[in-house]
Design a protein around this ligand. Structure first.
Ligand SMILES: Cc1cc2nc3c(=O)[nH]c(=O)nc-3n(C[C@H](O)[C@H](O)[C@H](O)COP(=O)(O)O)c2cc1C
Length: 196
C-alpha cells in the first residue's frame, strides 16, 4: 500500500446494497477520490463466530484468538489500517449481529494491563493513532438510538485504543433504496472521512 490514508470499511448489513452499506461505500469512495486506499469487508458474507470468552487471547503477550475463521484476516486488517469505518443498521435498538460479532471479537485486540500480567508491560496489540467512524441507519426518526449505539461503540473501541473521529446517524430509512432519495445523507456520507 502507498502513503494514502488506509481505510478499513466494515459493512454490517446483510443487504449488500441497502442503506448502511451504500452510505459506507459513498463515504469510502469520496475518501478514495481524496487519496485514501480502502478495503471493504461484509461480515454477513464471511465466516465469523461469536467470542467464546475463553480468555485464550490473554494467556501471553503473543496470544491470539483461538478461533480460526475470517476474523483473523479482519484482525490483521484492523492492525494495518489508519481508519476503520463501521456501518450498521439499527436492529432492535442495537448494532446488527453482523457488526456486533466483529466488535466482540475485537476482545482479542485488547492489550491486558499490568494488573493482569503480574506487573509486566505487554506490547500493544493495536498500534496507537487509529481512528474510527460509525454509520448507523434506522427506520425511526429519532436519532436517539443511533447515538446510544455510538456511545457503546466508543466505549468498546476505547479498550483497543481506537478513538472516534466521526459519525453519521441516519434516520428515516427503511426500504433498502431509501438512501437514494436523501441528498442530505449522501452529502454527509461523502464528507464523513477526514483524509490528510
Ligand atoms: C431485525 C430488524 C430489526 C430492526 N430494528 C429496528 C429498530 O429497532 N429501530 C429502527 O428504527 N429500525 C429498525 N429496523 C429497520 C432498519 O434499521 C432499517 O430498515 C435500516 O435502514 C436497514 O438498513 P440496511 O438497508 O442497511 O439493511 C430493523 C430492521 C430489522 C430487519
Amino acid at each position: 500500500m502507498g502513503d494514502g490514508l488506509k481505510i478499513l470499511a466494515i459493512g454490517g448489513s446483510p443487504r449488500r446494497d441497502g442503506n448502511s452499506n451504500s452510505l459506507l461505500r459513498l463515504a469510502v469512495e469520496a475518501a478514495e477520490e481524496r487519496g485514501a486506499i480502502a478495503r471493504c469487508f461484509y461480515p454477513s458474507e464471511l465466516d465469523i463466530a461469536g467470542c467464546l470468552a475463553c480468555q485464550g487471547c490473554r494467556r501471553g503477550p503473543d496470544s491470539v484468538c483461538v478461533q480460526h475463521d475470517d476474523m483473523q484476516e479482519l484482525h490483521a486488517a484492523i492492525k494495518e489500517c489508519d481508519a476503520l469505518v463501521l456501518a450498521s443498521p439499527v436492529y432492535f435498538y442495537a448494532l446488527s449481529s453482523w457488526a456486533k460479532v466483529v466488535l466482540d471479537r475485537c476482545y482479542a485486540l485488547i492489550t491486558p494491563g499490568p494488573e493482569e500480567t503480574g506487573g509486566e508491560e505487554w506490547p500493544r496489540r493495536v498500534p496507537p493513532g487509529k481512528e474510527f467512524y460509525l454509520i448507523t441507519t434506522q427506520a425511526e426518526e429519532s436519532p436517539f438510538y443511533g447515538f446510544q449505539i455510538l456511545s457503546t461503540v466508543v466505549y468498546g473501541f476505547t479498550w483497543t485504543g481506537i478513538t472516534l473521529r466521526g459519525h453519521l446517524i441516519a434516520t428515516g430509512l427503511d426500504g433498502p433504496h431509501d438512501w437514494e432519495e436523501r441528498e442530505d445523507l449522501i452529502e454527509a456520507a461523502r464528507e464523513l472521512i477526514v483524509v490528510g
